[in-house]
Design a protein around this ligand. Sequence first.
Ligand code: GUN
Length: 285
Amino acid sequence: MGVVIDGKTLSANIKADLAERVRSLRGEYGRVPVLTVILVGDDPASHSYVRGKIKAAAEVGIESRLVELDASVGEQELLDRVHALNEDDGVDGILVQLPLPKHIDSERVVSAISLEKDVDGFHPLNVARLWLGEPCTLPCTPKGVMRMLDSVGIGLSGCNAVVVGRSNIVGKPMAKLLLDANATVTVAHSRTRDLAEVTRRADVLIAAVGRARFIGADMIKEGAVVIDVGVNRDETTGKLCGDVDFDACAGKASYITKTPGGVGPMTICMLMENTIECFVKRKSR
Ligand code: GUN
């Protein structure tokens, strides 16, 4: 049985350190960092994620504000809200929960967030800086995965890392962070020919496909490190499950993560870290 990299425990430890940092920032600057979350519509998964973010903020001592808007909100009204938050000196981080309703251009909304308040690291200039190797706000999920790998001392230099999934939020930035750690990176996706043959070459496999238990034991190499970014709902049990068939793969992997209790809590924890970093950068300008 491989070692389970426990995202819940690791994130609890990091949050305790962040809480300490927030206490000292309060002393230094007279207030704590403020994160504003904009949530549009009534998608249950988005509501659940946002609840998790607000709970974590409270644990760390970050002040969170929630702006809930009806699914029918116009794009211009949403943009106006973002602009107002950009101008508000008392707001340090702005997060627009994705996905947005179809009639709203998500890219336009994300681009409207002030670069210095972009706690998700989704702003095009942050993305450009990431790919140019310049200092930037890192997207929370890939950042959290790197922290998990680091927590158990996995050496990435020269290893074969395979990322399954090519989204802007996870797959692409994940590949860049692994590349920066000197891994040899392959990005596989739904059109990849003989996917199992590709994933079986992975020393480190990152699953971010969004399909329940898609990665089976036949798709991983003996001793592989398997990180599961997926959050899916099992059709029959209604329970959350990952992209990796944990029960089938745990015996073959050297290290593996679980869903829930793996990458998810780390993503939220990195959001708290990013919020603190945005606050400090603004305050020390
Ligand atoms: N939807 C799914 N993941 C994320 C995330 O990390 N940030 C935002 N803003 N929306 C998401």
